[in-house]
Design a protein around this ligand. Structure first.
Ligand code: BES
Ligand code: MN
Ligand code: ZN
Length: 517
């Protein structure tokens, strides 16, 4: 897909379709106003006839028979006062899904004047959203849906004389391409059914990504796990014939620093619950139980291309959770890499077991800060629904850096508590810890359990059980995997490497309003 910046919004523009923003207040300005004048008020007419209301993701198409641009698509951007750059991902995604399904391969996007303070981000969100909009979830069908093919995206740099900074558009667009591709990579890994996405195959995907993008990598087999004393991860793996893998990716972006952040993602390629088996209803969705791991592999792939100045590790403990004859049984006691013993009360609380060893190993590999992400608990979905992921931390300062950054990406994270009560609840009578405590505060006790394996490192735990995949993910996205937490992880890495953050998104040196020359 080509990306082009085009200065003149009108006559010289030759594309298959032009997308214009319409806010819910129905006040036109910028490119929308200019094109409405050129089209003799036809856009106004769309509002008057209630063809379009300006609600986010709302679309209405006009044909422009005599123009070089044959199709004009008005797309809602929601309330003007609530505008944030992240809305542009939905704007672009909605346009791409509408036009792409109709065979349009070349799309120009106008930006709202509101985006002037965030030019680089605006471009990034548009390209990210456009790519996310192309996602095809029908590849296993004999008769697939017509795939969306984007050959060219054009970003218009001018709107009523206030020109957008073209360098900022270009660099934002490149960044958006990397992020959008990474989001789709994670979604594709998650979507792939468990018979085609075993721990071995997930590791192969990670290895290929590492080679493609120049990451250092290592894949631990069960023998090496045994040597390292990873009894918790191996315990989960025992119930399946498919061997476990521990995937390690490494990006060295700052040789002058001994700081290293580790992203650790749960990679259960299928979670049947094990001996504490799950009910059949919706069990098929447990192929998504490696979404956190997919997110880490994709985030490292993006980081390798964006090259922020910091050191990053990616770890993905990967296993199936099945009730084979050698499976771990309720009541069994396993020993994690740091020597802590764990009474397995419920074999369905397997995520925290595999993460325990991966968190220990992250420390062993020199991680000074850790963010883990996991589809960890049904209780998290009860608490927050599909509206947000839960964020727990042992370090408020670290979390206060993460939250505004992550929440400006369009993903949502909500601070949850790690009280001592929860830490007490996960203690066992006969071992150091137990892996299940019953229903109350299930997401919090899971986080408290994990806190035993990070030592003193500042650490954030993200429970993405309600957000990693959705039936109704909102405008511009198909149902299924969402790519959460790729946007947050990548943007946080950039932030830790020094990118400034504005409440509505990172602002860079290119973001000043460019003056018309
Ligand atoms: N993978 C599940 C959590 C999950 C549930 C994710 C629903 C997405 C949607 C996890 O391994 C699990 O089974 N957790 C148990 C823990 C319990 C046994 C303490 C749960 O949430 O019921
Ligand atoms: Mn489980
Ligand atoms: Zn699970």
């Amino acid at each position: 897909m080509q990306i082009r910046i085009h200065r003149d919004a009108q006559d010289a523009l030759a594309v298959s379709a032009l997308v214009l923003p319409v806010f819910a207040d129905a006040n036109f300005d910028g490119a929308t106003q200019r094109w409405d004048a050129l089209l003799d008020g036809a856009l106004r007419e769309l509002i008057a006839s209630e063809e379009i209301t300006g609600k986010i993701g709302d679309v209405a198409l006009l044909h422009h028979k005599d123009g070089k641009v044959r199709r004009i698509l008005a797309v809602g951007l929601g309330e003007r006062t609530a505008f944030a750059p992240m809305e542009l991902a939905k704007y672009a995604g909605s346009a791409v899904r509408y036009l792409g399904k109709r065979g349009v391969k070349q799309i120009a996007f106008a930006l709202p004047l509101e985006a002037h303070r965030h030019t680089r981000d605006a471009a990034s969100f548009i390209i990210e959203g456009a790519l996310v909009g192309t996602m095809d979830t029908t590849t296993y069908r004999s008769e697939q849906e017509k795939p969306i093919v984007l050959e060219e995206i054009v970003l218009l740099s001018s709107a009523n004389g206030d020109r957008f900074d073209e360098r900022a558009l270009q660099s934002g667009a490149e960044r958006g391409r990397v992020l959008g591709e990474a989001v789709n990579f994670a979604r594709t890994l998650a979507l792939t059914p468990a018979n085609d996405m075993t721990p071995t195959l997930l590791a192969k995907q990670a290895e290929e990504a590492a080679k493609r993008y120049g990451l250092a990598y290592d894949v631990l087999d069960e023998e090496r796990m045994a040597q390292l004393g990873m009894g918790a991860l191996l315990g989960v793996s025992r119930g399946s014939d498919e061997p476990a893998r521990l995937i390690v990716l490494r990006y060295d972006g700052d040789a002058s620093s001994s700081e290293r952040i580790a992203f650790v993602g749960k990679g259960i390629t299928f979670d049947s619950g094990g001996i504490s088996i799950k009910p059949a209803e919706n069990m098929h969705e447990m192929k998504y139980d490696m979404s956190g791991g997919a997110g880490v592999i994709a985030a490292l792939s993006a980081v390798a291309q964006l090259k922020p100045k910091l050191n990053v590790l990616g770890l993905v403990p990967s296993s199936e959770n099945l009730p084979g004859s050698r499976a771990v049984k309720p009541g069994d006691i396993v020993r994690a890499m740091n020597g802590k013993t764990i009474e397995v009360i419920n074999t369905d609380a397997e995520g925290r077991l595999i993460l325990a060893d991966a968190l220990c190993y992250a420390r062993e590999l020199g991680a000074t800060r850790i963010v883990d992400c996991a589809t960890l608990t049904g209780a998290c979905v009860v608490a927050l629904g599909h509206a947000a992921s839960a964020a727990f931390s042992n370090d408020d300062t670290f979390l206060q850096r993460f939250l505004p950054t992550a929440n400006a990406t369009g993903e949502r994270y909500w601070h949850m508590p790690l009280y001592d009560d929860y830490k007490k609840a996960v203690k066992s009578e006969i071992a150091d810890l137990r892996n299940s405590t019953g229903r109350p505060g299930g997401s919090c006790t899971a986080a408290a359990f994990l806190s035993n394996f990070v030592g003193e490192a500042p650490w954030i735990h993200l429970d993405i059980a309600g957000t990693a995949y959705m039936d109704d993910p909102g405008p511009g996205m198909v149902k299924g995997p969402t790519g959460t937490p790729v946007r947050a992880l990548v943007t946080f890495a950039e932030h830790l490497a020094g990118a400034a953050v504005h409440p509505n998104g990172p602002v860079t040196e290119h973001d000043a309003l460019a003056t018309a020359s």
